[in-house]
Design a protein around this ligand. Structure first.
Ligand code: UDX
Length: 439
């Protein structure tokens, strides 16, 4: 089988490389010529564990190609996947669909025969129908089937998530056209049947809602446990034990109950906002999602105040070391990371910030305010600092010896916003240690 993937961003690149690994011939298309050249030369535009090898192996086997020429790429393929960005539209919080529609129209105009046009980008419910109308108008002579196949890839674990997903969701139109599309997608995902992963075929609108509902539910779990963590702090309870105590109930589940500085990344903040807007527009407000967004926004801001309080009420003239800048470990992604709220507030309050992140520093330099000192490593960041804040749970921070950290610092304040360390050990090492939701 042959497919084209439009958009060599995070989702397009990972999905394209993984489909190639399934044995499918994949052509990845992007308008950014420098990105395509880099990929041809084996340089990855993003950091994702295992991706460089997967791309190199499949490019060598000629199953994975890269081009800027959309028209040639879609010629003769069974399916075209749209994996272009859907950023938040400025002003109203809706998803900006202009890239999706432009790509769909170009595919329709270039198509030489029937194909399945599959949306992988996260799009609000109703978008599939709009794409159908658009391609029908562009090519009344061709039967282009429209399908939705949302991704559930976690950054840092995306290849594993694609190869061994909990489920694959496929949304198709009614009737024969929909059946044809479902058949093509089932064939593309055939290797997953062998490992007994469910491939669900549902209606277009249902698939579109599943994607947003999944992300909103996970975000809601995080905001829930973050509020419970605050309560635990007031009541002298232990949030990790509470999370375990509720999570062992199979109806709740243990995952996504880690309290922290609030969720970030390229999906949850954007998708919860767009989902809430859709609810308002369709007259079915999603109040739990709205509360989730509000709790998270306030939480990220409150984290700077927590650091300031731990420093005795002021950080003016003090040096604060920050470990971790990306929104989570194993990625260089800074999008909506808690560090973007916390660091500017600390600087405004008069702190000198020394920061370190294993992968995120070059992105951080571009978007964080000037004046931050970027350190060479965790111990270098901690050197002569009055306080140390852990913002992202990179493994290498877990492994730091408390004594060495304490010796490197001038002060002894340690604010662990990811509950990385054992409070007792940190206090024994001389730290004034605080974490999230633990006595
Ligand atoms: C998420 C979804 O998991 C994925 O299915 C979807 O397709 C894209 O969005 P991703 O953004 O890569 O993936 O990261 P994820 O691991 O889900 O974490 C998102 C945010 O939630 C991070 O900021 C993380 O630190 C935070 N988080 C996660 C918590 O604060 N607590 C948790 O228990 C879990």
């Amino acid at each position: 089988m042959q497919i084209a993937v439009i958009g060599a961003g995070y989702v397009g690149l990972v999905s394209g490389a993984c489909f190639a690994e399934f044995g499918i011939e994949v052509c990845l298309v992007d308008t950014d010529a420098s990105k395509i050249e880099a990929l041809k030369a084996g340089r990855m535009p993003i950091y994702e564990p295992g991706l460089d090898k997967l791309v190199a192996d499949n490019a060598r086997e000629k199953r994975l190609r890269f081009t800027t020429e959309l028209a040639t790429a879609v010629n003769g393929v069974d399916a075209v996947f749209l994996a272009v960005g859907t950023p938040t539209r400025r002003g109203d919080g809706h998803a900006d669909l202009s890239y999706v529609f432009a790509a769909a129209e170009q595919v329709a105009r270039a198509a030489k025969g029937p194909l399945v046009l599959v949306t992988k980008s996260t799009v609000p419910v109703g978008t599939g129908r709009r794409i159908k109308q658009l391609v029908r108008e562009a090519r009344p002579d061709l039967d282009i089937a429209v399908a939705s196949n949302p991704e559930f890839l976690r950054e840092g674990a995306a290849i594993g998530d694609f190869m061994r997903p909990d489920r694959v969701v496929v949304g198709v139109e009614e009737g024969e056209t929909g059946e044809r599309a479902a058949e093509v997608l089932r064939r593309l995902y055939r290797p997953l049947y062998l490992i007994e992963r469910p491939v669900m075929v549902v209606g277009l609108e249902t698939a579109e809602i599943i994607k947003y509902a999944a992300n909103a539910f996970l975000a809601m779990k995080i905001s829930f446990i973050n509020e419970v963590a605050d309560l635990c702090e007031k009541a002298g309870a232990h949030v990790q034990d509470v999370a375990r105590g509720i999570g062992l109930d199979g109806r709740i589940g243990r995952k996504f109950l880690h309290a922290g500085p609030g969720y970030g990344g390229s999906c949850f903040p954007k998708d919860t906002l767009a989902f809430a807007r859709t609810g308002q527009d369709l007259g079915a407000p999603l109040q739990l999602v709205e509360a989730t967004i509000d709790i998270n926004d306030r939480r990220k801001k409150a984290m700077a105040d927590r650091v300031i309080a731990a420093c005795g009420g002021s950080v003016a003239g003090k040096t604060v070391a920050v470990l971790g800048l990306t929104f989570k470990p194993e990625t260089d992604d800074m999008r909506d990371a808690p560090s973007l709220d916390i660091l500017p507030r600390l600087i405004e309050a008069g702190a000198t910030v020394r920061a370190f992140d294993p992968e995120g520093m070059s992105h951080a330099r571009q978007i964080l305010p000037e004046g931050i000192h970027y350190a060479k490593g965790a111990l270098d960041a901690a050197k002569d600092a009055d306080a140390l804040v852990v913002l992202t749970e990179w493994n290498e921070f877990r492994a730091l010896a408390p004594q060495r950290l304490a010796e490197a610092m001038r002060g002894k304040v340690l604010v662990d916003l990811r509950n990385l360390y054992e409070p007792k050990l940190m206090r024994e090492a001389g730290f004034e240690y605080s974490s999230v939701g633990r006595p």
